[in-house]
Design a protein around this ligand. Structure first.
Ligand SMILES: CSCC[C@H](NC=O)C(=O)N[C@@H](Cc1ccccc1)C(=O)O
Length: 610
């Protein structure tokens, strides 16, 4: 094995990469605005498009701050911040003199940015000041930030986008877990605040058993693009002509399209496709219909942003062994600049690319998974292993850099990231196979994942644990609870332990997905018995293997009490249980120091008990 210059047991080397997110180009094309956590806390930076220069623009030490957009005509910019992870994002403006202003003040208020107007003189925000569970649309004046409500959301739809001429609103309305509809309102600015809007168009009906998702309006505001899995397993791109009301399918790729939009003039079409758990970018010059190949096949590519004059592009690429890096170059491919995010101390030779594998579950269903094999694992030196379970339900483990996984694999643990039934990215039939059976059939998929690992020949079948975040934390805990002799240990990272309490505690600002959550998980009022049966907290006495629980104090989706009570219960079993509670985190962890501390705790826990 190659001697290492760094101590690979220290998670810092795997987490001290720079996490870059978001992209917005300045009005003059000289800078890209983004968020970076190179200071240890996410802040707003700008990157020069023509020189190797990155400058910090906000300087928050403890409040993660995320760039939204430059103003279209000057160097002001918008950013968002919540309070210690409570997800109640406010939208702030940063003035050139460094002054900042909260555009959406108010306790309990959650806001998001919607769109700029064609003129750049207005922008629209969503927020729930009127009703905590409903988001109305407010139009802001870019000059003085005066604002008015232009859409009172009486139908309680999920507002997704507004056309840049301000004339159309694109919304989604839940009908069931298998069906939703799109609702398009013609906005008449003269009608003021009251809700006098009647939808002009609908797309989808409950009997169509199809789910639709708004992608973007065309730059000329004359049509709107969306995805639909109507009569198909995957999400294809459709267009609605807002003049004629006619719809047509425009792109079908055999995988889910996850983003679809155009460059400022509409010349370039940008499509992101989730191809076997890797997001790929496809850019097409609509003048020539020629594709632009922007990244190597093995890399995921996302977040492409054009300069206003479309001479420059910025986008991110990443892989299992390389964190997201920023590429900036001229559209003709010249003057390529790469903002590497990778920690130079990252022990490259220990990092492992995932292999996409499939195994058969209890009913013969083929389950996709990402297999990370430590370099030293062999039949003579079988590795201990961890199942990694993603959140949701309905998310997906993807082929991208995960510092926790790479830290564990670099220290000799195999990892199998299981995309059990109910995961996104594999068609709607697969996605809905666990509806109202979560904690049952997907838990069986995890059990058969363990059998699959045990049969590989280079994994020690007696030393297999399970871990995950949120919904994945729940499944990890459910495995330890309901399969007590199967898994050697579990790490539950802000996982649900009592579904009855969690489903009855969904915060009002999540109101828009409450119906879908109840459809997918069950309604606590009507499915009380089944939800209690699958909730580990009510069966904690069965747990007899070591458990590590990790939680953010400010988590509003999975409350701290979910973790407090399972820790108390398992301690009564006389079983080793450890509890890591972060005072300044919510649902998911943002502070690098906490991410490192958690990763080191995972490794120490496995080294002690697995
Ligand atoms: C259709 S469920 C959507 C719930 C949402 N999914 C992803 O963001 C979510 O918050 N999931 C949590 C687990 C959870 C599920 C239901 C209620 C509260 C929490 C997660 O896995 O992050």
């Amino acid at each position: 094995m190659i001697p290492l210059s760094v101590d690979i047991s220290d998670a810092a080397h795997f987490h001290e990469n720079t996490t870059l997110t978001g992209l917005s180009c300045s009005h003059d094309g000289r800078y890209f605005l983004l968020s970076s956590d190179q200071s240890g806390c996410a802040n707003v930076y700008r990157v020069a498009t023509e020189a190797n220069r990155i400058e910090q623009l906000t300087h928050f030490a403890t409040q993660p701050t995320f760039a939204i957009s430059y103003f279209p005509k000057d160097s002001r910019f918008l950013y968002r911040q919540d309070q210690c992870g409570d997800e109640l994002d406010h939208i702030w403006v940063h003035e050139p003199d460094g002054q900042r202003r909260d555009l959406t003040p108010g306790d309990g208020l959650k806001a998001s940015f919607l769109q700029w107007s064609d003129s750049g003189e207005q922008f629209w925000l969503l927020h729930n000041q009127r009703d905590a569970s409903v988001y109305d649309v407010y139009c802001y004046c870019a000059a003085d930030y005066t604002n008015q409500c232009v859409f009172t959301n009486c139908d309680e739809v999920n507002v997704c986008d507004i056309s840049r001429d301000g004339g159309w609103l694109a919304c989604e309305q839940e009908l069931s877990s298998r069906a939703n509809q799109l609702v398009f309102y013609r906005l008449d600015m003269s009608k003021g605040k009251r809700c006098e809007y009647q939808p002009r168009y609908w797309v989808g009906k409950s009997d169509m058993q199809a789910r639709h998702m708004i992608m973007s309006f065309a730059p000329d505001s004359q049509s709107v693009f969306y995805t639909s899995d109507l009569d198909c397993e995957h999400k294809n791109v459709w267009v609605l002509d807002l003049v004629t009301g006619k719809t047509a399918e425009v792109i079908r790729l055999g995988w889910d399209v996850t983003a679809f939009y155009f460059s400022p003039s509409g010349r370039y079409q940008i499509c992101e496709v989730n191809r076997d758990a890797k997001t790929c970018l496809q850019v097409t010059d609509t003048n020539t219909q020629k594709p632009y190949l922007l990244s190597r096949e093995e890399d995921a590519a996302t977040g492409l942003c054009f300069s206003p004059d479309e001479s420059r592009v910025g986008y991110y690429t990443e892989s299992c062994v390389c964190p997201a890096s920023l590429h900036i170059h001229h559209i003709d491919g010249s003057n390529v600049r790469l903002i590497q995010a990778q920690n130079p101390k990252l022990p490259q030779q220990r990092l492992v690319r995932a292999e996409v594998v499939h195994y058969r579950s209890f009913d013969g269903l083929s389950i996709p998974a990402l297999l990370y094999r430590p370099s030293e694992a062999s039949a003579d030196n079988p590795a201990a292993a961890m199942l990694w379970i993603h959140g949701g339900p309905g998310d997906q483990s993807q082929q991208k850099f995960d510092p926790v996984i790479q830290h564990l694999v670099s220290n000799g643990y195999a990892v199998l990231a299981v995309n059990h039934r109910g995961s996104t990215g594999y068609g709607k039939t697969f996605f809905h196979m666990a509806d109202r059976q979560h904690g049952d059939v997907d838990l069986e998929d995890c059990l058969y994942a363990k059998h699959y690992l045990s049969g590989l020949g280079w994994v020690d079948g007696q030393r297999i644990g399970i871990m995950g975040c949120s919904y994945g934390g729940f499944l990890a805990l459910a495995a330890l609870t309901f399969k007590p002799d199967i898994f050697a240990l579990a790490i539950n990272i802000f996982g649900v332990t009592n579904w009855l309490r969690t489903l009855n505690s969904i915060p009002p600002w999540m109101g828009g997905v409450r119906k879908r959550i109840y459809d997918v998980m069950g309604d606590p009022a009507q499915d009380h018995q089944r939800l209690k049966q699958v909730s580990p907290l009510f069966h904690a006495s069965q747990i007899c293997r070591p458990l590590l629980v990790v939680q953010g104090k400010n988590d509003q989706r999975v409350l701290q009490i979910e973790s407090d009570e399972i820790v108390q219960a398992v301690k009564r079993n006389g079983v080793p249980v450890e509890y890591l509670l972060f005072d300044d985190e919510g649902h998911g962890f943002n502070h690098r120091a906490n991410l490192i501390a958690a990763s080191n705790h995972y490794l120490n826990f496995l080294n002690q008990y697995l």
